[in-house]
Design a protein around this ligand. Sequence first.
Ligand code: ADP
Ligand code: MG
Length: 305
Amino acid sequence: MAEFSIIDTYFNRKNANSVDLGVGDDSALLTPPPQQQLVICVDTSVAGRHFPLDTHPHAIGWKSVAVNLSDIAAMGAKPHSILLALSLPQIDHHWLKDFSQGLYDCCDQFGVSLIGGDTTQSPHLTITVTALGWIETGQAVTRAGAQVGDLICVSGTVGDAAFALQHMGHPLQKRLDYPTPRCQLGQQLKGLASSMIDVSDGLAQDLGHILKASGVGAVLQLDQLPVSLDIAKLEQEKKWQVALAGGDDYELCFTISPQNYHLLAQQKLDVNLTIIGKITQNLGLTFLQNGIDYSIQFHGYQHFA
Ligand code: ADP
Ligand code: MG
C-alpha cells in the first residue's frame, strides 16, 4: 500500500469543525475568525524517547495530539485543528488503525480537525503534530505577565506520569498514556491569569520559565503540592521530587491576582485547582514546609542534558 492509500485509509475522516479545505490538496485552507490571532505550536514524539517502545498505538495517537492541545490551552486559546507529520519504519495496518483511532479520539473530544500532514518512511517512528488555535487579539496568556503578590496555582495533580513510568501497570499509567489537555480551563483563564505554562518538563522547571520571563521570584509551599494518593504515601523527599521534577503531566500552572482568583473560583471548573505558592520580588524559587524554609534539589527533563 502506497503513501496515498495510507492517507486515504487512516487520515482522511470528515472534519469536526469549519475547515475550508482539508486533507487532499497541496495545503489546507482556513478562514480565521474576525479579530482573532492564530495560535500555533508543534511537538515531536520519538519512539523510545518520548514514550516507551511498547506503548499502545492508540495511546501514542492520543498523546501526540494531547501534548499539542495542552500548549494551545496554556495560551488561553481555543484549539481548532492539527497537522500530522508521520515517519514510519514500516507499514503495519494494526498499528495504523489503532494509532489513527487514538489520534481522532483526542481530536473529537476537543472538537479539533486533522487538516493535513506528511507521511514518510524512516528507521525511527517519529510523530510530529502541529496544532492551530484562535484567540481574541491581545488576549493570549504568555509566560511573561506574573506580578509580585500573584498566587501560583496548578490544576489536577502533579508527578503522576513520572510515577507511572517507574511503576508500569499501576492505575496511574492512564495519566502517562492518556494525558488530558486542560482546554476548557485554559480558555476560562483568559482575561484572569497573569501568566501560564503547561507542565511538561516538571513543575519546578516549568514554573522557572514563568519566573524568568516575568522577572520575578516565587515561594512554593511543599506541603500544598497536589499529588495522587500513592504519591502522597512516598517518603517525603521522594514525594516532592516526583511532584516538582516529574514531567509529562500536562497540567496548567498559572499565576493570578487574589481578586481574579476569587472570580475564577465562582466558575464551574472541570478540574481541581490548588494554590501552591506566591510570586515574590526576590528572584529565584524558594520552598517552604509548614512555613519554614526548606532546601531541595531537583532536575526537570532536558534533551541533550
Ligand atoms: P505534497 O506532496 O503536495 O506535499 P502529500 O502527497 O505529502 O502532498 O500529501 C497529500 C495530502 O495528504 C496533503 O493534503 C497532505 O496535507 C495530506 N497528508 C499527508 N500525510 C498526512 C497525514 N499523515 N495525516 C493527514 N494528512 C496527511
Ligand atoms: Mg503538493
